[in-house]
Design a protein around this ligand. Structure first.
Ligand code: G6Q
Length: 545
């Protein structure tokens, strides 16, 4: 890979710094007043989405400089390197090819001379015939009864994607089947997910890329016990009630799942980029294989757009650059994701992992500590609920929180006035955040003079508006890909590896050390720091109460 200079040494970065000094106190009211065409020039329509980024604290010059930053940072080359199967995940020495998971059948994407696209479609075809059998009732459980309940067991990248996408596409799901998701090692998760289910009608999908993850294997073992006990102790029941999704055939077989019932993927698919792989089997079962393919087509459309559209009209690139403007120049600490669609209620949590696990890094690609801010804290909740909770801080708090507002022109549940009222709030919020309400405006309304400072809204709070026509499998696929490539854009400019996650390791190692200390009856000599040892003693003394 070509060596990439620190972003802060790039000429465009320095110019952005100077430009920021000039622009930082300019109000959005001024920016709109000075440029009547601002809304038009800062709106991009592409691939069924509208991005209006005019309510950001930037000018055309800001964007020109940010686009130059992208060029100088080698974003174009980095995109090509990903699509060409280069080993851009340098710390794990792997290609990063989730784009191959949604490539059409006739595409060619090679890893070391092998075209991986036929492998992808072979698995998709097997998934389709399996999910068709489940949906039609053809797949029978051990006692001959059809499967009615699908319980997906996985965690992190092997859970958040399928669960979010299932919830998001619930409108399209087969309602005669029940879908539940178990991820937490807290036994409550398993107990509640299986409550009321009949083992004879329940199938478990165990999803784990490595098939070594403590939470998933613990839940899978509990599931096996639950099933066998529920079916009178017959171990052979496992064959008809367990399937696995993994890259590790041996460990799947060791667990006792017939590898005929295993769906594979590859080490060039990162966990948090795997919802469009076999990890999406529960989703495919819920919505059917044709809709799942439409979901993949949505991803693919954005992949092509990201690879070929000029940066000034490239949606993921624009979102990434706008994020850098706030993260590195305004020093905003977080980004809010605010979907105005109840079906997207898990989308902020999904993006939390996608973004924070990818770009929460403090060394660059060569291992040097970074001297610039990297990924922000990502958080959010659906509107309008959030308006009655945390929006107070967005409007009148002391922190700058750039926000993405995501909405749809048509509702899947057009009940009376609901959708227009929802969207009235959607538009009102970005307007209020940008333009606020001045002291004079408040005074003109009359009322108690002492309340004026409290009722004044400074405004100048930046937002992106992302508007789509309708929530469909295709549009959800494109929305996910939009954010995947936004994260890629930022990671490339920050010169970090967005595709490893060493930060989750330390806690896992320490937990493995502590687990036997908790279960041992002897008063083991604890050699932790004073606080941790005391807390463990307290827990052990009281756990049997
Ligand atoms: C995602 C991460 C992580 C991973 C889980 C589950 O990118 O790597 O969230 O997905 O730790 O891992 P397994 O799929 O191997 O069980």
């Amino acid at each position: 890979m070509t060596s990439v200079p620190s972003p802060i040494e790039l000429p465009a970065w320095r110019e952005l710094q100077a430009h920021f000094g000039r622009l930082k106190n300019t109000h959005l009211r001024t920016l709109f007043a000075e440029d009547p065409r601002r809304a038009e020039t800062m709106t991009v329509d592409a691939e069924g989405m509208r991005l209006d980024y005019s309510k950001n604290r930037m000018t055309a010059e800001t964007m020109t400089l940010l686009l130059r930053l992208a060029e100088e940072a080698g974003l174009r080359e980095r995109i090509e390197a990903m699509f060409s199967g280069d080993r851009i995940n340098v710390t794990e020495d792997r290609p990063v090819l989730h784009v191959a998971l949604r490539a059409p059948r006739d595409a060619v994407i090679e890893v070391e001379g092998d075209n991986v696209v036929p492998w992808v479609h072979e698995v998709l075809d097997r998934m389709a015939s399996f999910s068709d059998r489940l949906r039609s009732g053809d797949w029978r459980g051990h006692t001959g009864r059809p499967i009615r309940n699908v319980v997906s067991i996985g965690i992190g990248g092997s859970d958040l994607g399928p669960q979010m996408a299932y919830e998001t596409l619930l409108h399209y799901s087969e309602r005669s089947l029940t879908f539940r998701f178990v991820s937490n090692i807290d036994g409550t998760d398993f107990a509640e997910a299986t409550r009321g289910l009949d083992p004879a009608e329940t199938l478990f999908i165990v999803s784990s890329k490595s098939f070594t993850t403590l939470e998933t294997l613990t839940n899978a073992r509990t599931a096996r016990r639950w099933l066998i006990e529920g079916l009178g102790g017959d171990e052979s029941a496992v064959a008809k009630h367990f399937v696995a999704i993994s890259t590790n055939e041996k460990l799947v077989a060791d667990f006792g799942i017939d590898t005929i019932n295993m769906f594979g993927f590859w080490d060039w698919v990162g966990g948090r980029y795997s919802v469009d792989s076999a990890i999406g089997l529960s989703l495919m079962t819920a919505i059917g294989s044709d809709r799942f393919r439409a979901f993949l087509d949505g991803f693919h459309a954005i992949d092509e757009h990201f690879r070929s559209a000029p940066f000034e009209s490239n949606l993921p690139v624009l979102l990434g650059l706008i994020g850098i403007w706030y993260d590195n120049f305004f020093e905003a600490e977080s980004v809010a994701i605010l979907p105005y669609d109840q079906y997207l209620h898990r989308f902020p949590a999904y993006l939390q992992q996608l973004d924070m696990e990818s770009n929460g890094k403090s060394v660059d690609l060569s291992g040097r500590p970074v001297e610039w801010q990297t990924g922000p804290t990502v958080w959010g909740e659906p509107g309008t609920n959030g308006q009655h909770a945390f929006y107070q801080l967005l409007h009148q708090g002391t922190k700058l929180v750039p926000a993405d507002f995501i909405g749809f022109c048509r509702s899947l549940n057009p009940l009376g006035e609901h959708h227009d009222l929802l969207m009235a709030n959607f538009f009102a919020q970005t307007e209020a955040l940008a333009f606020g309400r001045t002291e004079d405006e408040v005074r003109a309304e009359g009322g108690d003079e002492r309340q004026i400072p409290h009722r004044t809204f400074e405004g100048n709070r930046p937002t992106n508006t992302i508007l789509l026509d309708e929530l469909t499998p295709y549009s959800v696929g494109s929305l996910i890909a939009l954010y995947e490539h936004k994260v890629f854009t930022q990671g490339a400019i920050w010169n970090i590896n967005s595709f490893d996650q060493w930060g989750v390791e330390l806690g896992k190692v320490l937990a493995q050390r502590i687990a036997p200390e908790l279960t041992s009856v002897e008063a083991s000599s604890l050699e932790h720091d004073g606080s941790t040892s005391n807390l463990i003693r307290h827990y052990k003394a009281r756990r049997k109460a």
